[in-house]
Design a protein around this ligand. Sequence first.
Ligand code: CR1
Length: 829
Amino acid sequence: DKSSELRPTHPLAVAPVVAPAASVDGFTKQFLQNLNFDQGVTLSTSDVNDQYLALAYTVRDYLMARWFDDRAKQKTQQAKTVCYLSAEYLLGRQLDNNLLAARLTDIATEALAQCGIDFDAVRAVEIEPGLGNGGLGRLAACFIDSLATMSVPTIGYGIRYEYGIFRQSFADGQQIEQPDAWTRMGSPWDFAHPEAAQTISFAGHTETYDDEGVTRSRWIPEWNVLAVPYNMMVPGYHNGRVNTLRLWRAVATNAFDLHTFNSGDYVESVRAQTFAENISKVLYPEDSTPQGKELRLQQQYFFVAASIADFIENVLPDDFDLEKLPERVIFQLNDTHPVIGVPELMRVLVDEKKLEWDAAWAITQKCFAYTCHTLLPEALEVWPVDLLGRLLPRHLEIIYRINDDFLLEVRERFGDDEMLIRNMSIIGEHPSRSVRMAYLATVAGSKVNGVAELHSQLLRDNVLKDFAQMWPDKFTNVTNGVTPRRFLRLANPELSALITEALGAGWTVDLERLRGLEALADDADFRERFAAVKASNKRRLSRVLEARGEAPLDDGHLLDVMIKRLHEYKRQTLKVLHIVSTYEGIVSGRLDVDAVQPRTFLFGAKAAPGYGMAKRIIHLINAVGDVVSADERVQGKLKVLYPANYNVTLAESIIPAADLSEQISLAGKEASGTGNMKLALNGALTIGTDDGANVEIRKLVGDDNFFLFGMSEPEVEALWAEGYRPADFYQEDGELRRAIDLIASGAFSDGDRSVFEPLVSNLLYDDRFMALADFRSYLDAQDRVDAAYADQDAWVRSAILNVARSGYFSSDRAMRDYLDRIWHATPIS
Ligand code: CR1
């Protein structure tokens, strides 16, 4: 027969794929071949981008065999797969991470040296894939790193945005956004698979039909797009495992079936293509606030529907019994963005696979779990019913049915309490009919978790209180974590070497071993070496800043960093008030200049382009920075730096150099924070409120090694209840008054009082995040910082203890918690 004729006979065609020889010669040969055959250049004609791409291909070649193996195993093994559904992955640069994971760093260094190539120059051309906004997207990237390192079968599913988070620059101190065409110089880390595309439908109507005596529903969509998967390798650290991150890109279908499509009209047909491809065009640059745009709902459904179909059709074996789906998969909902997956799985099971509703619902409830990442009410996503019904009419019907069944259950449990029914309904009525995605996720999910202890408690007590009463066991906490590979081993090589020398190398995958450093905090020689590493990291950061056209760092300055998205609740304004107050104190002679600890204030932050107040705060920081830097009276004392375009790459230079970590959100607003963990892990001391994971950081590192200030969450509530009048705080505190007056006077805006007037009046008459109420306590805490820093030996001791006691904040630990409490999945060999 014909099939036997087509069986491969060449020995290489049937041999397993093998990696190139793990030697300098093997690597060099592979690298030069890739330079020749993939880049089409010789070594002597290659430029640095050719070299980067060839190097990336070479690293890939080494990982490929393992990747093939692990994907094949996924199909045949009975292990449960974690499908992490996330609209964002803030990956950061890949080259060094993948070299490290594959144990190729030394080999590659030597190979490039033999080719006469400057490795640092090659590194520098990599454009990081900025496919996320901030903490939520970076968390997803840490989680998939840990899951690969722990050998947990995982697929990260998301969107391959053509443009990631915008590139920020400043003009006259104000933020300018530029598109981030991150793939324009090539994208060596992903593989397009157009043959594995999924067709994703939208709009149209639904109808019922008779299916051999059973009345069923079906969806007659109006238009569709192709979802083309791009696979990226997610290598585990030193374990040979390679998981997959599968990101979907929207491509117009051949016969793009839009109602306006007219095959005779070329221009119109191109327009239709553009329309389809818009779906994966750009990451919404919103952080913690939902952007209620139709395109965003299209993005969400697009990637979730493609992912669910992909898992069922391509990852599970053929003819898999879907009743057993919960044994093989958990779909983790990273915030509400993928929650439309709940009615989508119901649609697949009921309409396409023809399961009974109740059976399908039982399966669905076991297959999803939901992580909530916020406490801001305005950040809880809701979709207008008419929009959702227009775009996904069958899904709306399914949501209604889920809600009907759910509200019946509520009545059975709590009686006909109409107020309660209204409050718990998945469909909100006010101000207009909308679907509350967090409620849908809570009803559907097997578990609901917050991202730090305080946050999970506040979810149970406030945001999702009624649901927690109904299903107390559904609620749990998993405190966030960060990957020690990227944020300690790679970002801080000198500290890593010092730790490895002291404790052995095991800490990279078992971060609790850092505890072993506690004893060394009392060793004067170790403290000296630790301090030398910090100083060296500051010099390295200084060079990075200078290369970006910023001022260098001054020796002997305390490096005080606030790096995070620009948001009013995070209170960058409170930080500015501290700077202005110190500046005003020195200039007016109120402060003894010799008693002030020289400091450099370093900010890194992007503001959502549509967030006017956040952009004004950026303008203020830059304006204050300009005046302070130019004023001779504070020369050598105060410096403000605000490098543009804060991203993962820049974070990796700043974090190891930091002395002080600013975590100053209003208590009860920051769900967790993860920058706080990265900074503590690198030996910065935290000045912070009792908010998010700060609470746990303080508990672990100890009060002596943490500068606590500000109202607690209950105190915040009490002050609201009593009636908060920020102007009273302004009146009562002379220093606060002078700082605000100085801003209002135009001192930072060439005498133009109007520039920062909206900001000043917002502080005085609104101040939703109570910066004025916490000002005094914050300044007092900063005085304690100055005093502590004056005793360098004691400071370094505290810094070491911060490192030693931060092992808990490894994302490996977070993954173990998810595996045990939520996923009930296990690592495989
Ligand atoms: C929270 O604001 C948290 C990250 C990751 C953010 C931050 O405190 O550390 O999530 N939430 O859990 C968010 O982006 C959309 O919500």
